[in-house]
Design a protein around this ligand. Structure first.
Ligand SMILES: [Zn+2]
Ligand SMILES: [Zn+2]
Length: 424
C-alpha cells in the first residue's frame, strides 16, 4: 500500500486548514475516545492500533515543520519514525490477496458496509441474527398469544440510501489499510512471528470513508439511522421451552446485506399450580379426609384458560381416595401445536387431614372408630416397652449428629428423588 495515501487529517477528523489549537483539541478527543484502557477487553487490540495512528498523526501535524513536509510531500517525506500504518513487514497486499482472493470483485460495490468493527473481507451476505430469550407464562403457551412491542433498530439511512456521503461526494479510499478494511498486525508468539487480521480503525473496516464535509447529514456517515418500530410476535398455542419465534429480516440493517432475523427463544415461566412435561400437565389437588372417604362433586382446579375442572368422586360407590393417588384426565393437558389434540392432565391427590382446629367430642371419636375399618391384628412380641415421643419430630435431624450418618442420609435423599418423581 502506498504511503502517500495516508491522510493524517482524516485520522484526526479535521480539515486541512485546521489550526494548531484545533489539531490539539482533535487529538485529545480522539486519543481519549480510543484509549486502549477505556474500551472493553475485546476491542483493546483495535483500540491500540487506532490510538497509535492518532498519536502519529498528531506528532506530524502539530509540528509545523513536519506538517509542512507532509502537506508538500505526503507521507513519502517520512521514514519510519513518524509514519502511521503498518511499517515494515511482509508484503501485506500479497497476504491479503491470498487470504481474500475475491476482493477484486467487490471493488464494484463501493460503500458496501460490513459489520461494525468487523473485517470487511469477511463480511457476511446477511447481517447477523439477533437472538434473545422471551419468557412466556404457561397460560399464554396454553392459549397462544400475540404480543406487540417497540424495538429500536438500525435501518439504512433514507437520505443517502446507505452511501454515507452526500449525493455527489466520492468516498476516499482509506490509506491506512489501502482500502482493504483490514490490517495485518504482527504478533510475537514465543520465537515465532505471526500475523493476525484486525479491522482497520481509520475507516472502521469499510476500506473508505467520506471527509467530514462530505458526510451525509442525516446519518453522519454511519450509513444507518436508528428507528423505532412496533413489532408483533405470535406465540402459538402449545409452544414450548426452546421453541423459536423468528421475525424475518427484522434485525439491524447493514448496507449491502440482507438483514438478519430477530429470533426469540421461548423460555417457559414456572407456574404456581401446573407443571408441564411435553404436552402433559400435572397439578396437586387438596381433598379432605371426609371427601376422600365419602366423595365430593366440585371444581378441584382452575385450568390455564380459566375453566373450572370439576370432578365427581367416587366413580364407583365405596371407592376411597388415597394420599398420592393419581387421577388422569385425558385431553386436558397442553394443546398440540398442530391439530386439536391435547395431552393429559395428571391430578395428584393430597389428602388434608384435620389440624388442631378440629375438636371432635369423645362421642364423635368413638363413633368414628366404630365406623372406620379396624386395625390389623396386634404385632406379637415377647416383651413390650411403652415409650414417650415428640409429636414434632424432624427427619432433617435424622443422622445429623453423626458425620457418616449425615452424609448417608443426604445420599439417600438424592437417590430418593427420581423414585418420588416416578411414583407421581
Ligand atoms: Zn482503513
Ligand atoms: Zn445518510
Amino acid at each position: 500500500m502506498s504511503q502517500a495515501e495516508v491522510d493524517l487529517y482524516e485520522v484526526l477528523g479535521i480539515a486541512n486548514s485546521a489550526s494548531k489549537d484545533e489539531i490539539r483539541k482533535a487529538y485529545r478527543k480522539a486519543a481519549l475516545a480510543n484509549h486502549p484502557d477505556k474500551v472493553p477487553e475485546a476491542e483493546r487490540e483495535e483500540a491500540e492500533i487506532r490510538f497509535k495512528a492518532v498519536q502519529e498523526a498528531y506528532d506530524i501535524l502539530y509540528d509545523e515543520d513536519k506538517r509542512h513536509l507532509y502537506d508538500t510531500h505526503g507521507m513519502g517525506a517520512f521514514n519510519g519514525s513518524g509514519e502511521p500504518g503498518m511499517g515494515a513487514g511482509p508484503d501485506l497486499d500479497d497476504i491479503l490477496a491470498q487470504m481474500f482472493g475475491g476482493m477484486g470483485g467487490m471493488g464494484g460495490m463501493p460503500g458496501m458496509g460490513g459489520m461494525p468493527g468487523g473485517p470487511r473481507a469477511n463480511k457476511p451476505r446477511r447481517s447477523p441474527n439477533e437472538e434473545q430469550k422471551y419468557e412466556v407464562k404457561l397460560e399464554d403457551l396454553y392459549k397462544g398469544k400475540t404480543v406487540k412491542f417497540a424495538s429500536t433498530k438500525n435501518v439504512i439511512c433514507s437520505l443517502c440510501q446507505g452511501k454515507g456521503g452526500k449525493e455527489k461526494a466520492q468516498a476516499k479510499k482509506c490509506a491506512t489499510c489501502g482500502g482493504q478494511g483490514v490490517k495485518q498486525v504482527l504478533n510475537q508468539m514465543g520465537q515465532f512471528l505471526t500475523t493476525s487480521t484486525v479491522p482497520c480503525s481509520t475507516c472502521n473496516g469499510e476500506g473508505e470513508f467520506f471527509s467530514p464535509k462530505d458526510k451525509c447529514k442525516k446519518c453522519k456517515g454511519k450509513k444507518t439511522t436508528e428507528e423505532r418500530k412496533i413489532l408483533e410476535i405470535y406465540v402459538p398455542r402449545g409452544a414450548r421451552e426452546g421453541d423459536k419465534i423468528i421475525l424475518e429480516g427484522e434485525a439491524d440493517q447493514v448496507p449491502g446485506q440482507e438483514p438478519g432475523d430477530i429470533v426469540f427463544h421461548i423460555v417457559e415461566e414456572d407456574h404456581a399450580v401446573f407443571r408441564r412435561a411435553g404436552s402433559d400437565l400435572t397439578a396437586t389437588i387438596d381433598v379432605t379426609v371426609a371427601e376422600a372417604l365419602t366423595g365430593f362433586s366440585r371444581v378441584v382446579v382452575k385450568h390455564l384458560d380459566g375453566r373450572g375442572i370439576e370432578l365427581q368422586h367416587p366413580k364407583k360407590p365405596g371407592d376411597v381416595l388415597s394420599p398420592g393417588q393419581v387421577l388422569k384426565v385425558p385431553g386436558e393437558g397442553m394443546p398440540m401445536k398442530r391439530g386439536d389434540e391435547r395431552g393429559n392432565l395428571y391430578l395428584v391427590v393430597n389428602i388434608k387431614f384435620p389440624d388442631q382446629s378440629w375438636k371432635p367430642s369423645p362421642e364423635v371419636l368413638e363413633k368414628l372408630k366404630e365406623l372406620l375399618p379396624k386395625p390389623e391384628a396386634p404385632i406379637q412380641t415377647d416383651t413390650v416397652d411403652e415409650v414417650d415421643y415428640d409429636p414434632k419430630g424432624d427427619l432433617d435431624e435424622f443422622g445429623a449428629k453423626d458425620a457418616h450418618g449425615g452424609s448417608a442420609w443426604e445420599d439417600d435423599d438424592d437417590e430418593g428423588e427420581p423414585a418420588q418423581c416416578a411414583a407421581q
